[in-house]
Design a binder for this molecule. Sequence first.
Ligand SMILES: Cc1cc2nc3c(=O)[nH]c(=O)nc-3n(C[C@H](O)[C@H](O)[C@H](O)COP(=O)(O)OP(=O)(O)OC[C@H]3O[C@@H](n4cnc5c(N)ncnc54)[C@H](O)[C@@H]3O)c2cc1C
Length: 461
Amino acid sequence: MKTIEKEIVIIGAGLTGLTLAYYLKKAGKSVLIIEQKERTGGVIQSVTENEFTYETGPTTGVIGSLEMAELFEDLQGKCTLETANSQAKKRYIWKKSKWEALPSGLVSAVTTPLFTLADKFRILGEPFRKAGGYPDESIAELVKRRLGKSFLDYAVDPFISGVYAGDPQQLITRYALPKLYALEKNYGGFIRGSIKKHGEPKLPNAHKVTREVFSVAGGLKSLMEALNAEIGEENISTNCRQTKITAEKNSFKTLFTDLSGENYEIKSATVITTVGGYALPNLLPFIDENKMKPLAEMTYASVVQVAVGYKKWNGIKIDAFGGLIPSKEKRNALGILFPSALFEGRAPQDGALFSVFLGGIKKPEILTKTDAEIARIVQEEIQITMGIDTAPDLLRIHRHRYAIAQYDIATGKRLESIEWIQKNFDGLILAGNIRDGIGMSDRVKQAKLIAESISAKKTEL
Ligand SMILES: Cc1cc2nc3c(=O)[nH]c(=O)nc-3n(C[C@H](O)[C@H](O)[C@H](O)COP(=O)(O)OP(=O)(O)OC[C@H]3O[C@@H](n4cnc5c(N)ncnc54)[C@H](O)[C@@H]3O)c2cc1C
């Protein structure tokens, strides 16, 4: 048994774990990341093959938090942020066998065939509609109440598929879309809230939160490699098996076995987990079963992500972020993103790269299909929606069983459990996408704030 002492142990080397370790190390802390896989990056991985550079997990992020913007500033020279070109502003929605652009201004909002005439008139009354008053209202209920059913079906449902691979009937607004919830709660409505917020004084660095779509030169994995290099290989243990944590008086022991069968014991005052709820019972066996249950049983949407490449593109014009497919249209794909239209070097000149995603909370059976079945489904989706009938030059399938945490009605109980566990086991922090948002910007924000609060606490002592 090898015994090591560290100030902080982090479980999981995805974006959350790596960002945590990066900022903690910068603040002078001794950290060790424990990762079960042979590589770091978690669900983020980019592959360059056959003249294409594609992602096997998330395709793009959004500069949606100050912390995300500042991480790229801090890593300047170590990796190169790529913001999408202006085509990213255009998004398509599939309706009645063709793509329709999502309205981006008043004229297109009036003329779009996506929404009914009645709902277009209805939106004029949105500022005067009464606020809800039901805290656990679903996104679907809120949108129907304030905007109308066609907005739910042809704007919000596909948006929720794109972000959560989820169901607006199941997701609770205050947990899944807290900013939207706050607009109604604090200002009485979406339009009123947006106008008032626009006029309010901004925080000094608010301009950095550009909401631009981003990737990184060479793919998102370059961000992970830059973090790895800054943290140092000696502070990251990959291929860790049978990891378990025991709670001692005022400290923790993290036990694991490496590939060669050697056992390790890491003593630390702080342990931060960044893994999914399903992985926590094995990791933290000392936590009361009832307190662990809301975490162990939390719902995740499965996603199958398929990279599809053409060396010579002869289909429809690809001049947008991508297209999303509403549930009502009953197609197999949830959406098709167009990375080669946004970033350089994703496909050969005159070629195209797509990221097709399938499954989600409404179609979990996709995970049980064979590669051949998925390839057939994807080719049919591309043929029908993108106007091409030749076989692609690249088709790579990636399955994610626990892709996206669902902030559904069980979220309240889960957050209570997290609070209870952290309060009763001082030094144990449960991070990751079990709370605080599922997007990359949310993950970086959570990680940086935790790192800052740990550094501030220890300085005070
Ligand atoms: C298919 C897909 C598409 C997405 N699309 C987008 C998008 O377009 N935009 C966006 O902003 N976000 C997107 N996301 C979400 C975003 O990618 C994630 O929120 C973020 O990358 C998660 O990082 P994380 O570190 O919290 O978790 P993870 O990346 O899951 O990392 C957790 C790590 O913990 C390790 N681990 C688990 N159990 C143990 C254990 N017992 N011991 C040791 N290690 C363990 C895992 O191996 C993993 O490396 C997408 C996610 C998926 C899956």
